[in-house]
Design a protein around this ligand. Structure first.
Ligand code: ADP
Length: 380
């Protein structure tokens, strides 16, 4: 039997969670991690610096295709690999849009995707005039390097981002800031899907996501109350974006749902995503298995739901002391139907340490179990 070899750059929890389906399918998954003792250490074959082309090129020789646990590998490194004939999925030209929120907005504009009103600004005056045109409030974002709400600020005046407008800081953002209307959304939703290099596309149902302090807290699949039309519309938007940007592999489109039923695209992630962790137990094919299939250009798996409701709750680090394993036995005993995932990271306040998924027939019961389970894990 031939062997499929996938190389993942980055040793975080996403690479860790790709290991299980890789073992099941018999795919040889190799991980390039930035440090010893990473979340995906079981699969690590090389530790190094992902900004160094010679190190990544050496790693690439050991696999058939390169993919990612995060979106931070410099585009120049990926272009050099591609020029050498290495398969990179998603390709550098697509990933570029995930690394820079301004490039992403420009491209989505070109292909006609609905978004919040936005502008690129360089000066306090430009920003203040955008704020004035948008009812005195706006959301300012650094185009490069933000995650989990870092690099996002709600503002009513340019003074609120005076630090980001200083020349040195502005240069780090690529010379411009992104400003958006502050959308009065009724909720946030995410459309997870996968696309292969040959063009096969498969969406999961639209999910509802809840952020606390800019960090994902809870995901419910399917999004409660979503009509078949809404599911279809979201999946069509994801397909249009995937085609328009040349995305391959699993990717997530984070969106705002407005009171008048519009879907406005907020963010794109070109890799398995926190909004898709529910799929490990909640779907016939998990996002991690689907990602491996997609980057290898294999046929995609069924994304149908395995329960009426799947609810995922993140376990964020409480402080440097609370180790979720302290309450592990008690949580397992109290909630035997909850699926607890831990990422093997040392505790730190606010860090994504793991998650809990509960499947069931009612949202209220799934949520009660996930909350109860998370509470035991967090508090002991
Ligand atoms: P990150 O890349 O750090 O995750 P996002 O762009 O996703 O940042 O923004 C983080 C959160 O901030 C969003 O999930 C949403 O709750 C809020 N937010 C971002 N942009 C807007 C906007 N234009 N209007 C209203 N809320 C927003």
């Amino acid at each position: 039997m031939g062997e499929f070899r996938v190389g993942v750059i980055g040793g975080g929890q996403l690479a860790r969670m790709m290991l299980v389906p890789a073992i099941e399918l018999g795919i040889n998954l190799k991980v390039f991690a930035e440090a010893e003792g990473s979340s995906a250490s079981l699969g690590v074959t090389q530790v190094g610096d992902y900004t160094r082309i010679e190190q990544i090129a050496e790693f690439a020789k050991t696999v058939d295709v390169i993919t990612f646990d995060h979106e931070h590998v410099p585009i120049s490194v990926l272009e050099a690999l591609e020029a050498d004939g290495v398969k990179v999925q998603p390709p550098s030209k697509a990933l570029n849009f995930a690394q820079n929120k301004l490039s992403m907005r420009l491209r989505l504009n070109e292909i006609g995707v609905a978004m919040p009103r936005w502008a690129a600004v360089e000066t306090a005056a430009e920003l203040d005039s955008f704020i004035a045109e948008n009812d005195g409030k706006a959301v300012v974002k650094t185009p490069i390097g933000g995650y989990d709400g870092k690099g996002v600020r709600m503002v009513t005046s340019s003074k609120d981002v005076a630090d980001w407008l200083k020349p040195v800081q502005l240069a780090k953002s690529g010379g411009k800031l992104l400003v958006e209307e502050k959308v009065a959304f009724v909720r946030e939703v995410a459309q997870l899907s996968a696309r292969t290099p040959s063009g096969e596309f498969k969406p999961w149902p639209l999910v509802q996501t809840t952020q606390v302090n800019g960090v994902c807290d809870e995901v419910v699949s399917p999004a409660p109350g979503a009509t078949p039309q809404l599911h279809m519309r979201a999946a069509e938007m994801a397909n249009q974006i995937a085609k328009g940007l040349g995305v391959t592999g699993v990717f997530a489109v984070e969106m705002f749902e407005t009171e008048d039923g519009r879907l406005l695209v907020n963010e794109l992630a070109m890799r398995p995503h926190n909004s898709g962790h529910f799929s490990i137990e909640g779907s016939v094919t998990s996002q991690f298995e689907q990602h491996l299939r997609a980057v290898l250009d294999l046929p995609l798996g069924d994304t149908a739901a395995r329960a009426e409701v799947a609810l995922m709750m993140n376990l964020l680090g409480v402080d440097d002391e609370v180790d979720f394993f302290n309450g592990f036995d008690a949580a397992l005993a109290a909630y035997p139907s909850a699926k607890i995932h831990t990422y093997g990271k040392s505790p730190r306040q606010g860090r994504k340490m793991g998650h809990v998924t509960v499947l069931g027939e009612s949202l209220a019961s799934c949520r009660a179990q996930a909350e109860g389970c998370a509470m035991i894990l967090r508090s002991l």
